[in-house]
Design a binder for this molecule. Structure first.
Ligand code: FES
Length: 100
């Protein structure tokens, strides 16, 4: 459903901005969604959505002990053999005999 018809901003757009963490106020949402000044009839609804989101987020944090910290994920090595031996793949013993 549209929050701002003048700028074609939907409720999902607003909630997405808030959920991403990039926005925490109605002013932030306006900037992030590229909302230009228009008729102004969306202002009350926009502030209401931001307030609802903050309340729900604070309640969820209170019930769960707060947001979980982010963990650093180390990507897996491309070739575990190379990492362990320091040699590249063709030198490793593949079990095949080569003619001398
Ligand atoms: S509906 Fe948002 S400025 Fe008009």
């Amino acid at each position: 459903m549209y929050v701002c018809v003048c700028n074609a901003v939907t409720e999902d757009d607003v909630r997405g901005c808030l959920a991403s963490g990039a926005c925490s106020t109605a002013k932030d949402v306006k900037e992030a969604c590229g909302m230009k000044p228009g008729c102004g009839s969306c202002t009350k609804r926009l502030y209401g959505l931001v307030s609802e989101y903050k309340t729900a987020s604070e309640l969820a944090d209170a019930m769960t002990g707060g947001p979980l910290p982010l963990e650093v994920v180390t990507p897996a090595p491309a070739d575990p053999w190379t990492v362990q031996t320091g040699r590249s793949g063709p030198e490793r013993d593949t079990g095949k005999q080569t003619a001398a």
